[in-house]
Design a protein around this ligand. Structure first.
Ligand code: COA
Length: 328
């Protein structure tokens, strides 16, 4: 059909918070954080910077990389767990900020799996009779807006960032699609292990919810760790089986950058540790932006060439998980 990744972009806030900085804020150590997570530092957005600000900048960078202008975009899909507001959507705010005309816009909330959910959705809408020609997919996350800076078990893990991918259907039946095979999945029965309890319709914001710190991330770390490994391994195996591609043929494996130990466990079980791209040490867990940042770094550093096979996989709150085998 000719649906290809035409460009990528990212937006990383300037301010860096190191493990040494965190040592001054909570009872932790660089040694503990590096050993348990692989994270050395993370980037933190300014107070006045929102997810749509980060997302709009990533989108403009991706459009420039694609050689396109915002008015050529037919559809915008944004993944985020940190929307600027309950409504309007972040995608509508980004449409306005980048000057994308009146194209349809919507947000997807699939936590850290959001970018892969969004790429699956975008591909489906481009390949269907809807036939969108150029789609902008953005993952924009200000995770620090959900972080309790007094909770050492979560505050060391997250960072802020956005990433974007521009998809284009060139209409040439001889151009192979970027999408080779994918799996998206969820298990709502374990939704309580990773949750921000208040601020939604279940428990609207009140003085009490603020006092009880219910607007911050609450996480069952070890259970999340275990489910992350099993779900990503099974999704990757299913995608490889569906596509008939062997692990040897993969050029890059890009797992969600949440924790170095999770990544090592997944790569070890799949037998592809040498193919893994890593940047969790520099950014921490940027939720759905993480895979997009990896793609953009590889793209801009010239480390991927046309036709390369890239296996991506993610997991996140919900629980959601996904894998997508991409042809560059
Ligand atoms: N610094 C120092 N000690 C810390 C700490 C920190 N930042 N955070 C937790 N600890 C302590 C705990 O209090 C606990 O102490 P105790 O034994 O005295 O009670 C000890 O370290 C072990 O805690 P535990 O939660 O069992 O550690 P762990 O080895 O499971 O590592 C995580 C914790 C969070 C790093 C790990 O569970 C993890 O990465 N889980 C997945 C999280 C994730 O990826 N979430 C995002 C999903 S998208």
């Amino acid at each position: 059909m000719g649906i290809r990744i035409k460009g990528t972009g990212r937006c990383i806030p300037e301010k860096i918070l190191t493990n040494e900085d965190l040592e001054k804020m909570v009872d932790t150590s660089d040694e503990w954080i590096v050993t348990r997570t692989g994270i050395k530092e993370r980037h933190i957005a300014e107070a006045e910077q929102s997810s749509s600000d980060l997302g709009a900048q990533a989108a403009l960078n991706a459009l420039e990389n694609a050689g396109l202008t915002a008015d050529q975009i037919d559809l915008i899909i944004v993944s985020t767990v940190t929307p600027d507001h309950a409504f309007p959507s972040v995608s509508a705010l980004i449409q306005k900020k980048i000057g994308a005309g009146k194209c349809p816009c919507f947000d997807i909330e699939a936590a850290c799996s959001g970018l892969l959910y969004a790429l699956n959705t975008a591909y489906g809408m481009m390949a269907s009779p809807l036939a969108y020609k150029r789609v902008l997919v953005v993952a924009a996350e200000k995770m620090t807006s959900l972080v309790d800076w007094q909770d050492r078990s979560t505050c060391v893990l997250f960072g802020d960032a956005a990433a974007a991918v521009v998809l284009e259907n060139d209409g040439d039946p001889n151009t192979p699609d970027f999408y080779i095979a994918g799996e998206v999945a969820a298990d709502g029965s374990v939704s309580d292990i990773l949750i921000v309890p208040a601020g939604g319709s279940r428990t609207p914001a009140s003085a009490e919810t603020v006092a009880n710190k219910q607007h911050y991330i609450q996480m069952g770390g070890p259970k999340t760790f275990q489910l992350a490994v099993t779900s990503m391994v099974s999704a990757c195996r299913n995608v490889l089986e569906k596509s008939g591609v062997s692990p040897d043929e993969i050029v890059w494996a890009i797992p969600h950058q949440a924790n170095r130990r999770i990544i090592d466990a997944v790569a070890g079980k799949l037998g592809i540790p040498e193919k893994v791209y890593l940047n969790v040490d520099r950014y921490g867990n940027t939720s759905s932006a993480s895979i997009g940042i990896c793609l953009d770094e590889l793209n801009r550093e010239g480390k991927i060439k046309k036709g390369d096979l890239i296996l991506t996989a993610s997991f996140g709150a919900g629980l959601t998980w996904a894998a997508l085998l991409i042809r560059w």
